[in-house]
Design a protein around this ligand. Structure first.
Ligand SMILES: [Zn+2]
Length: 439
């Protein structure tokens, strides 16, 4: 990372575990991909990380089919919509949700121009109209918000339901290529009005409308004339050649769109949050093998491009995400799987020969039995500091050796996660630790 930040989440060092698969056809490639998929799930399960899987578009990597393994984190660079109940997950760039659509009224009112001085936003418009006439009170569902974008050098008007925001990724997917918002001076030239007074009636270029207000009538929108709005707009009657598509940004609390969960589809709500990517698996197809001439000969001596897959895990990120999910006020709480050491051994007063001798012996025995032990044998540090440091570093088990308990041939064991402390006969130490770590 050129600019490390967010604690350990984005460390200076970035180590990638990479793997590639090379197969003779798509079926075999699917097998390789599925094996990696279950291996990755096993890895993250064993690391005790709470993750979810996003079936993302493979984007720039080409090919078809990919999955991202992600963890919720404020330091994340992706925004995702996730359903805790059924597991639906999608990058917000493509995520959809169940929201109530605007229903077409039976009768279309006449179109009317309204003087609306200084009214710029949907909320201001609703406020203005209800103050002017309490009986003519309207809400955002009757308003079409206008946004002008430039695509291929040409203006496009986007109409959204009330205060819904335009999802520019969806817009770019729909139009192909990139878009940019129109600049204030452009808006005046294109529409004859400034932002806040723009609308579909009389707009001379392409108009794309979000599905949520498909075929709506009796709508309010800008009049393409500063300080004026129009009421009674019927999209079928008053505007020619509208295009409809989904352009919304999904928000927290909206309905999960998963139709395959349960009888009538999932009825839970979506949560939208930032997340960090731990791993990614891709089906690359033959994009790279064709480009680079990576071919194989089949049993008839015929040449074919190799079918490829690509698989990666951000190694430090696994550790960082684990820490994000496993800590308390005193520091990290390592689980055995990821802990740098199984045990932290604390010799409390190493200047005392009895303690130094016993601690060294315990260290030798534990390491001799295959445990990884971090030995705090500092002689110039008070016991209190050693306790604090051991909690901060967070190895799963602490073995505390002090002269009082040594007189009874005992040491104290502390379990970092629970804070539980108990005395153990030194001869029984190994068994007790093994019991805990493997239990
Ligand atoms: Zn769901």
């Amino acid at each position: 990372e050129p600019r490390p930040r967010s604690g350990v989440i984005r460390t200076r060092q970035f180590l990638m575990k990479d793997a590639y698969s090379f197969d003779i056809n798509q079926d075999e490639q699917n097998k390789s991909y599925n094996k990696h998929d279950s291996a990755y799930r096993n890895i993250f399960d064993r690391c005790k990380i709470k993750y979810f899987v996003v079936g993302a578009h493979s984007g720039a990597m080409g090919g078809s089919g990919s999955e991202e393994f992600m963890v919720k984190s404020d330091a994340g660079e992706d925004t995702v919509a996730h359903c805790e109940s059924c597991g639906y997950s999608a990058n917000v760039e493509v995520a959809v949700s169940k929201v109530e659509a605007k229903k077409r009224a039976e009768k279309s009112e006449d179109i009317k121009e309204i003087h609306t001085p200084n009214v710029k936003s949907i909320d201001e418009l609703c406020e203005f109209l209800s103050q002017r006439d309490a009986f003519a009170k309207i809400d955002e569902s009757q308003c079409a918000k206008s946004r002008v974008y430039i695509h291929d050098g040409k203006p496009v008007l986007i109409l959204m339901y009330g205060n819904d925001d335009v999802n520019e990724s969806k817009l770019e997917n729909y139009l192909g290529g990139t878009v940019r918002p129109g600049q204030p001076e452009e808006l005046l030239e294109i529409t004859g009005a400034d932002a806040g007074s723009i609308g579909p009636v009389g707009f001379k270029h392409r108009i794309i409308v979000d599905n949520r207000i498909k075929d709506a009538n009796n709508m309010f929108s800008g009049a393409n004339k500063n300080d004026y709005h129009i009421s009674g707009i019927d999209f079928k009657r008053d505007v020619e050649k509208l295009e409809y598509t989904d352009l919304r940004i999904v928000k927290t609390g909206e309905g999960c769109p998963n139709l395959s969960a349960g009888q009538a589809g999932c009825d839970s709500k979506l949560d939208v949050f930032t997340a960090i990517e731990l791993g990614h698996i891709f089906k690359l197809g033959t994009k790279y093998s064709e480009a680079m001439g990576a071919l194989y000969l089949d049993e008839n001596g015929k040449e074919h491009p190799i079918v490829m897959g690509s698989y990666g895990i951000g190694v430090e990120r696994v550790m960082a995400c684990y820490i994000e999910q496993n800590y308390d006020d005193n520091g990290i709480i390592w689980d055995k799987t990821l802990a740098p050491f199984d045990i932290q051994l604390l010799g409390l007063n190493m200047k005392k020969e009895l303690v130094a001798e016993a601690s060294n012996k315990i260290y030798d025995e534990l390491t001799g039995s295959g445990f990884e032990v971090l030995f705090d044998d500092r002689t110039n540090v008070q016991a209190g500091f050693k306790f604090k440091d051991a909690d901060l570093l967070g190895m799963p088990v602490q073995v505390i050796v002090g002269d009082k308990k040594l007189k009874d041939n005992k040491a104290e064991v502390k379990i970092r996660r629970t804070g539980e402390r108990f005395d153990v006969e030194i001869s029984d130490l190994q068994n007790k630790i093994e019991e805990y770590l493997n239990g």
